[in-house]
Write a protein that binds this ligand. Structure first.
Ligand code: ASP
Length: 342
């Protein structure tokens, strides 16, 4: 048995060793900077964000840069090249959140190329968080953004015209895999039904601060004025600098019902890994209505304060992209059902 004197000797000797070990463990376990994004397009998005992260820049600047990049491409699901709503109008949703829980958001904004930067402007210059529709566009124009007509990609145009023939609102799951053509393949079926691919990215910078951004044209052929989960703080994006950050893609209504990304972050706060936190949020969706869940897709992606990441989806087919000093990779997410994808 240790007497008090011996105990003091042992503890004094071992204290520095323990603290060195702890410091070593913490350092070893921490990956920073790091950025993770939804879908395979996230590889290019991450590369843009990396230009900021790799030069000791702020995660907030990195996620905005990544989102702006994809907004500027002819992407069928994001930015002005995205799928229109059922009236043929392209409306965009976006949000951004920083390490201090500052956040900004735009819903159903039209003819503005970079909604993520409008969201940031709202965050930094107004007492509000979210502006929508005409008001969001007016704010953007007053703040130096230019009105630009949407330039529907050929794929989006073709899909919309096909869809008009039946005008059925039928979001399909995991089209990329159904067609077996990979993530950059035309993202629609012959009858015009489409998949949904929002860009959500979250980052941890070299200073240990986290931020996130989301940008999307939302569900194709939605009712004009519909806003999805993507610009809703706590649904499409949530950042808590003490714990971690999460983002989502998929059927926004299901994500909103459970305050999806807030839930994921809260699970991480309870000590669950990012992947388990995402899985538990997905289970909430499935347990609510298992049969309905089989017909839809939702994917969550999370990054914790240590730079550990993970994802989980309702269906097979959700993928995510990771970039850090040690890796640059697209990973398939784990999932519950393997119904739509072949
Ligand atoms: N989550 C988006 C929405 O519901 C859709 C998507 O992920 O593509 O608007």
């Amino acid at each position: 048995m240790l007497n008090r004197r011996k105990f003091l000797q042992v503890s004094t000797l071992s204290a520095p060793l323990l603290s060195i070990k702890n410091i070593f463990n913490n350092t070893a376990a921490q990956t920073k900077p790091i950025v993770v994004s939804t879908w395979a397009d996230g590889i290019q998005v991450n590369n843009e964000a990396w230009k900021i992260l790799s030069t000791q820049g702020r995660a907030l600047d990195a996620v905005e840069k990544g989102a702006r990049y994809i907004e500027g491409t002819q992407n069928c699901c994001i930015g002005l090249g995205g799928y229109p709503d059922r009236d043929g109008v392209v409306t965009l949703d976006s949000c951004i959140m920083d390490e201090h829980a500052n956040c900004g958001s735009v819903g159903a904004i039209e003819q503005i190329k970079h909604p993520v930067s409008v969201a940031r402007k709202i965050m930094e210059t107004t007492p509000h968080i979210m502006l929508v529709g005409e008001g969001a566009q007016k704010f953007a124009l007053e703040n130096g953004f230019k009105k630009e007509p949407p330039v529907l990609s050929n794929d989006a145009k073709k899909a919309y015209h096909e869809w008009l023939k039946k005008s059925q609102y039928k979001p399909e799951i995991n089209i990329e895999n159904k067609k077996g053509n990979g993530p950059f393949a035309p993202n629609f079926f012959d009858d015009g039904s489409v998949n949904h691919d929002t860009m959500g990215l979250v980052a941890l910078d070299a200073s240990g601060n986290m931020s996130g951004a989301v940008t999307t044209s939302g569900m194709a052929y939605k009712i004009h004025g519909r806003v999805g989960d993507s610009p809703i703080i706590g649904a499409g994006l949530f950042v808590d600098n003490e714990v971690g950050a999460a983002t989502s893609s998929g059927m926004g209504e299901e994500v909103m019902r459970i305050c999806g990304t807030h839930l994921v972050v809260e699970y991480m706060r309870q000590g669950f890994s990012p992947e388990t936190a995402c899985r538990k949020a997905i289970e909430r969706i499935i347990n609510r209505d298992r049969e309905k869940a089989k017909t839809l897709q939702v994917g969550f992606l999370a990054l914790n304060k240590k730079g550990q990441y993970g994802a989980f989806a309702v269906q097979k087919g959700f993928v995510f992209s990771v970039k850090s000093n040690g890796e640059e990779k697209v990973y398939p997410s784990k999932y519950v059902f393997d119904l739509g994808a072949t």
